[in-house]
Write a protein that binds this ligand. Structure first.
Ligand code: SAM
Ligand code: SF4
Length: 345
């Protein structure tokens, strides 16, 4: 999706660099804190009440989100991903997307969803200007899938959502699977087998120590190299070049031409040096790292309009030094992390 020709594009020179020389290229924006699932690695049901996040008192309005995205775009952000909680629970999301799609400088709007509500919304999302969809799916076996969603998900709904998305014209649909040893690592080969040759790209994500409530331990992380070897033993693989600098997934093609598979290895091979990503929670807090403890409240600046917002973000970004993933094991690394469901992955 391209900006209309009548808008002037923000210059790349306007983009601030952080203390490690990294520009701001990418924004992950949560549009809602609530979720209809309770995946144990993200929002365990015994820690997060069912009605969590449905109170919209502090949630940014569509006007505020549009101001925010305009400000970020003027700083050089050109890739936007909407997330949550579950973003498809946000009412009138296609209307928001339509407004964002007109913002100059934005050349990619994507969505990460659990897919449960996608079948009914795929066409409206596409028509509004959404460019790409990522669907999270941690198992193909229906009972295992249900367990992975905290007893809330029906795999049939997600598969119907994928079909509807394809029919609506989404071409490069990614399927994200978080792998936990002893929990769902037996689902890796079935997932590959199910999606090979369909055009969808499955990406396996190492279980991360985000948040405070998922009882993360290193023993439950399956390093990507191990998964890659398991898959390659069955379907030989060939490494592919990254699509662009800073791409977080390493990509492999099936030698037999049946598509590709990806791995996101933020535990075994951290990629902080190339991290150009900011995250904003649904209540307007800016996090400069997935593992940050504290966010920066953007709401006062937002009230002052695009210029004030841009200045505030720039002042935070130019002071950014984070590289938590690379320091995970170092003494003194922060142990207080924002919850994943607040910043959306
Ligand atoms: C927080 S969810 C929000 C969007 C939507 N509800 C979904 O599940 O796609 C975004 C992504 O974060 C991933 N995620 C959540 N907790 C994680 C963890 N501890 N380690 C790795 N990925 C995680 C999810 O699997 C999902 O793909
Ligand atoms: S991973 Fe997504 S679907 Fe699962 S609990 Fe977290 S926000 Fe909800």
């Amino acid at each position: 999706m391209n900006a209309p020709a009548s808008h002037s594009m923000p210059s790349a020179a306007a983009s601030p660099l952080d203390m490690r020389g990294r520009p701001l290229r990418d924004l992950r924006l949560s549009v809602i804190e609530a979720c209809n699932f309770r995946c144990p690695y993200c929002m365990p049901a015994d820690r997060v009440p069912d009605d969590y996040g449905f109170d919209s008192a502090t949630r940014l309005s569509f006007d505020e989100i549009e101001t925010l995205v305009r400000g970020f775009a003027q700083l050089g952000m050109h890739k936007l991903r909407l997330t949550g909680g579950e973003p498809l629970l946000r009412k009138n999301l296609p209307t928001l997307i339509q407004r964002l799609a007109r913002i100059p400088g934005l050349d990619d709007i994507a969505l990460t969803t659990n897919g449960s509500l996608l079948a009914a919304q795929a066409r409206a999302l596409r028509e509004a200007g959404l460019g790409r969809i990522t669907v999270s799916l941690d198992a193909v076996d229906p009972a295992r899938y249900r367990d992975m969603t905290g007893g809330r998900g029906e795999i049939g709904h997600v598969l119907a959502g994928l079909e509807a998305a394809r029919a609506a014209g989404f071409e490069s649909i990614k399927i994200n699977c978080v792998v936990e040893r002893g929990i769902n690592d037996d689902q890796v080969l079935p997932l590959v087998s199910h999606f090979r040759g369909t055009g969808h790209v499955v990406r396996f994500i190492e279980f991360m120590d985000v948040g405070t409530c998922n009882e993360w331990s290193r023993d439950r992380v399956v390093p990507s190299a191990e998964l890659r070897d398991r898959i390659a033993a069955r379907w030989p693989l060939r490494a592919l070049e990254a699509n662009y600098r800073g791409e977080v997934a390493s990509r492999y093609a099936f030698e037999d031409g049946q598509g590709e598979v990806g791995f996101v290895s933020s535990v075994s091979a951290p990629f902080c040096g190339d991290c150009h990503r900011a995250r904003v929670s649904a209540d307007g807090r800016l996090y400069t790292c997935l593992f940050a403890g504290e966010g920066h409240d953007l709401r006062p600046a937002l009230a002052g309009g695009v210029d004030a917002l841009r200045e505030r973000v720039s002042s935070v970004w130019t002071r950014r030094r984070d590289r938590y993933s690379e320091m995970r094991d170092a003494a003194g690394a922060s142990r207080k992390h924002v919850e994943m469901f607040l910043i959306g992955g």
